[in-house]
Design a protein around this ligand. Structure first.
Ligand SMILES: [Mg+2]
Length: 332
């Protein structure tokens, strides 16, 4: 049976999970299923996440600068450390390379170094191999989080406010521009949206500020899009969610790009993908305090809806109609 008939990525993850039995044992406090694993170390956790990027599946060299490819490959992992409330520590980079220009490889590692320096991580090791199937990059990122600061996906409660940081949809708008116009023309159309897509900023400080309030119930980063990721958070917490379409933060740049692409800006934001903003929940009475804590980092956070009993994610449109969302990027 093919993966696509078997149930896609989620079914493969379940198969792996079943083969290994219950993951949590000894100091492994949280295994498969969240943004990162947690391994207890004294009164802290070591946070561990890994991500694999394959040329022509996850990136195209004609649509991304080598520097930005390096930046992004580490940044998406740092974002998962942020999602747990952690601070990044060390990364391990394994890379498969065809026989290619050394200058390009240098640029990839310049991007990796700069994002690591910016967010307080260091390269601690890895592997370099030859590849006949284009560039392959695997990053394993470690971080650290205090046991009383850790944020998981399973803590959302009915009545909670749902918050997101900054704006969402910019990255998806950037991707659509890239696919339609190519790198140079897409940049001219919206440098901001393209940069959001190619060089995302992990929200480490924002996540730390949020968990430092002690009021966050559940948190994750937005990698597959609000609809899909909120569904995952709801599944983990055994709850449903209601999102107000009118409250979803959409940038002016995304509105302009959407008009240019003849697409709906709110739909780009809701279905999105690769925003690398934070999605979190807390009690409604704590929402102002959490948003204010996040605002001290220079980012913003706003309430976009509420957690409800039951399951499923509903988008309440401004005209009063409601739509069930929760579709996802299917990798196979
Ligand atoms: Mg994640």
């Amino acid at each position: 049976m093919k993966i696509s008939e078997f149930g896609g990525e989620a079914a493969i993850i379940n198969l792996i999970r079943e083969k290994f039995g219950t993951a949590e044992q000894g100091d492994l406090t949280l295994g498969i299923g969240d943004d990162a694993a947690l391994i207890r170390s004294g009164d802290k956790f070591v946070v561990v996440t890994t991500d694999l990027l394959i040329e022509n599946t996850h990136f195209r060299m004609d649509l991304i600068d080598p520097y930005q490819l390096g930046w992004k490959s580490i940044a998406v992992n740092l974002s998962d450390i942020a999602a747990m409330g952690g601070t990044p520590t060390y990364s391990f980079v394994s890379i498969g390379l065809p026989d290619m220009e050394v200058e390009i490889i240098e640029s990839i590692f310049d991007g990796m170094r700069d994002v690591s320096d910016t967010f307080g991580s260091s390269l601690a090791g890895g592997d370099t191999v030859a590849s006949e199937a284009g560039i392959v990059i695997n990053v394993t990122q470690l971080g650290s989080v205090e046991a009383d600061r850790v944020a998981c996906r399973d803590g959302a409660k009915p009545g909670d406010a749902i918050l997101v940081t900054n704006t969402i949809g910019d990255s998806r708008a950037g991707l659509e521009l890239l696919l339609k116009f190519g790198l140079e023309q897409a940049r001219r159309a919206s440098e901001s949206c393209v940069v959001h897509h190619l060089q995302p900023e992990p929200r480490i400080a924002e996540a730390r500020a949020a968990v430092s309030t002690g009021k966050v119930h559940a948190m994750m980063d937005l990698s597959d899009g609000l609809a899909s990721d909120l569904q995952k958070l709801c599944c983990a917490s055994g709850v449903g969610a209601r999102v107000m379409a009118g409250a979803v933060p959409v940038s002016k740049d995304t509105h302009i790009a959407a008009a240019r692409l003849d697409l709906d800006a709110v739909r780009l934001a809701v279905e999105g993908g690769e925003d690398y903003e934070l999605l979190l929940t807390c009690s409604t009475k704590s929402a102002v305090a959490v948003a204010r804590a996040i605002s001290t980092t220079g980012s913003s956070a706003r309430v976009i809806g509420e957690i409800v009993e039951g399951d499923g994610v509903v988008l309440a449109m401004q005209n009063g109609s409601e739509e069930s969302i929760g579709g996802s990027w299917e990798h196979f």
